[in-house]
Design a protein around this ligand. Structure first.
Ligand code: ATP
Length: 634
């Protein structure tokens, strides 16, 4: 009973010392977590389970963590499940004597294939009960399934899934099928898991000890986002030795520092309030985290380029890898650089729009295939010659960057920067950046405590000042396409309008944000309709929040993310975005939204969050004034 508050890790566990952890113990834990909405309680439940695993079968801690996060390997290795629903329905249907149509109908009605699979399994008898599943067995089988590729693998996958499914007891089937779908839906964020780990490792029930451990575990995980490395150290040497053993290392992509939007030059000065900052051009390309491992010398064979989401983009950019020697001076033995790769016209020496970059081949590009050249604009240095620099001031990082690296025109350039001191100067520099085909400025704290590199944080120490802040809300929104409406008139045959949503990570929901039909060319509508057809599902997922008056003609799985702009944000009785954050019964919607571009580099879960929508809404001058007036009236 992992939910019990006076939990005893050994007496209350349902398995014995040195036995493999039964998958049922994990499934029961997830079940209790799923039924809980309070984050602290969730953390406690999970930490109880972890405590038992650590006390009885420590080698099962690592697979348990991966199963809780629904990951098979470190995120950057992109070993993913996400098996198509139809295959899972077939697998479960064949085992339980149901046709595909019956399975579809049941899933549609219940909105959760995991629950359907659990109910179907409960009513099914097996002649010879297969041995119970263990955490080890399940993770190994899931990795096998993910590794099977090619057309011929479908039947093999189904076979493997069925052998697991028939061994399931109770809620095991629910979580197995959801894991295979790629979505666990228990509402457990990674930060909560790290907190639970800290709580489980704490030798006594002391808040200060747990806080200390949580801070160590969370910061170490940011620098070294790899449980394969972290967990063995944790078990062998304890929490306090993590920073010494698991450090920022070239080859391990870190979550990048992100910026906060601002609504104008004035806000920049308010935010920084007297502290020293610098402005840099904000280039419109693709983030590239460049890693060069090395000992005595840089090891170019192992150099890699990672995306904003820690995906390995090395084979997309063989040209960048090839030119690394010209960038590094002789003093460099290893490094990690934060950069933006931007499409570039080498003959006119001009930056090209992002749209041009997006035509580049995404993987395994040979040099001959590369038609779009890129110039890499380097804006930060996070690691140099064995030393992590993330805790140093930006001023120092920038100095080291300029000392140890070369600029090569059209290939490697340092982000153009200016340390502005008054509003006029910032406004002037913003104009210059726009003339130079940039999106605006990034404004960054240069010196002092705020000038560190905040890994994985959307920090107030980096502000983005976009050129269109005057006409809009200061920033665009990245929304998930969850539905579409058939086009009429000129748009017959393609989708003519779409239903967009933001993502709420706390409740793991997609919440409707607006309908959109503007900003598309005819060609856009054709290609977008084609892409979306691959993601059609039978009906809305039960984690889609929308009003029935907006029900679209076609529903999609949460896959495609689009960047959109709007005139402003307003409270809406029908849309569900950020419901409860600003108003108890009203959501927020985008007014006059228009399509800007597809965001291939963002998964649905990285779309603009409900919280960000609430923040954008509240920052609007109109809203601010109204709230201020109301406060005055009160
Ligand atoms: P976010 O990543 O903040 O969710 P986004 O992907 O839409 O949003 P932007 O809001 O446009 O990105 O701004 C941040 C991005 O700007 C960075 O991830 C980086 O790719 C890019 N960028 C361009 N120039 C710079 C610079 N000088 N410093 C930092 N980032 C820069």
């Amino acid at each position: 009973n992992p939910g019990k508050s006076k939990y005893h890790p050994i007496k209350d566990a349902c398995w014995k010392k040195n036995q493999d952890v039964p998958y049922l113990a994990l499934a029961k834990t997830l079940e209790v977590i799923e039924a809980t909405s309070a984050r602290l309680k969730m953390v406690e439940i999970l930490s109880n389970y972890f405590k038992s695993v650590i006390a009885l079968t420590p080698e099962d801690l690592l697979p348990s963590i991966y199963l809780c996060l629904n990951q098979l390997a470190p995120a950057y290795k992109s070993l993913e499940l996400g098996i198509a629903e139809t295959y899972l329905m077939k697998a479960v249907g064949q085992c339980t004597g149901r046709t595909l149509a019956q399975m579809k109908a049941a899933a549609q009605k219940c909105g959760d294939l995991g629950l359907v699979a659990e109910q179907a399994r409960a009513t099914q008898r097996t002649m010879f009960a297969p041995p119970p599943l263990t955490v080890k067995k399940v993770i190994t089988a899931l990795r096998d399934v993910a590794a099977m590729t090619g057309q011929a693998s479908v039947n093999k996958k189904i076979g493997k899934i069925q052998s697991l499914y028939v061994a399931c007891r109770h809620s095991e089937a629910r979580y197995l099928i959801r894991s295979l779908e790629g979505k666990l839906r228990v509402g457990l964020a990674e930060q909560s898991l790290l907190q639970a780990l800290a709580q489980a490792m704490a030798e006594e029930d002391s808040k200060s000890l747990i806080d200390e451990y949580a801070l160590i575990i969370k910061t170490t995980y940011c620098e070294c986002p790899n449980y394969d490395l972290l967990v063995p150290v944790l078990l062998q040497h304890g929490v306090r030795s993590l920073p010494e053993h698991c450090r920022l290392t070239p080859g391990l992509p870190l979550k990048p520092m992100l910026a906060h939007p601002t609504k104008g030059v004035h806000e920049v000065f308010n935010r920084f309030d007297g502290s020293v900052f610098t402005c840099e051009y904000k280039y419109d390309g693709e983030r590239a985290q460049i890693h060069v491992p090395g000992d005595e010398r840089p090891d170019l064979e192992r150099a890699a380029v990672y995306s904003r989401n820690q995906e390995d983009n090395t084979t997309k950019y063989p040209d960048i890898i090839k030119r690394l020697p010209s960038l590094m001076k002789e003093t460099v033995r290893s490094c990690v650089l934060d950069c933006e790769a931007v499409a570039y016209d080498t003959s006119t020496k001009q930056i090209l729009p992002f749209q041009v970059l997006s035509t580049r081949k995404r993987k395994d590009a040979t040099e001959e295939q590369i038609k779009v050249q890129v110039c890499v604009f380097v804006f930060d240095l996070l690691y140099l010659n064995g030393r992590a620099l993330v805790r140093e001031d930006l001023e120092i990082r920038r100095e080291l960057l300029r000392e140890n690296f070369n600029e090569v025109e059209g290939e490697w350039q340092f982000a153009v920067s200016r340390d502005c001191t008054d509003e006029e100067e910032v406004a002037q520099f913003l104009q210059e950046s726009v003339k130079a085909s940039c999106e605006g400025l990034m404004v960054k704290a240069l010196r002092g405590e705020n000038a560190r590199y905040d890994i994985a944080r959307r920090s107030h120490n980096w502000l983005k000042l976009k050129k269109d802040y005057l006409e809009g809300i200061g920033d665009s929104v990245d929304a998930v396409v969850i539905g579409a409406y058939h086009g009429r008139g000129k748009r017959t045959g393609v989708y003519g309008g779409f239903l967009l949503a933001c993502y709420d990570p706390t409740n793991e929901q997609y919440q409707s944000l607006c309908k959109i039909g503007t900003g598309f060319t005819d060609e856009d509508l054709r290609t977008l309709s084609d892409t979306l057809k691959e993601h059609v599902i039978d009906g809305p997922r039960n984690y889609y929040m929308f009003d029935s008056s907006h029900a679209p003609d076609a529903w999609f799985s949460p896959s495609c993310v689009w960047e959109v702009r709007c005139a402003d944000l307003s409270l809406s009785p029908a849309h569900r975005a950020a419901l409860g954050l600003v108003h108890d019964s009203k959501g927020i919607s985008l007014r006059f939204p228009r399509f800007i571009r597809v965001r291939d580099d963002k998964s649905a879960e990285l779309a603009t969050s409900a919280e960000q929508i609430a923040e954008l809404y509240l920052r609007q001058d109109q809203v601010k004034n109204t709230t201020n007036n109301q406060q005055r009236d009160d």
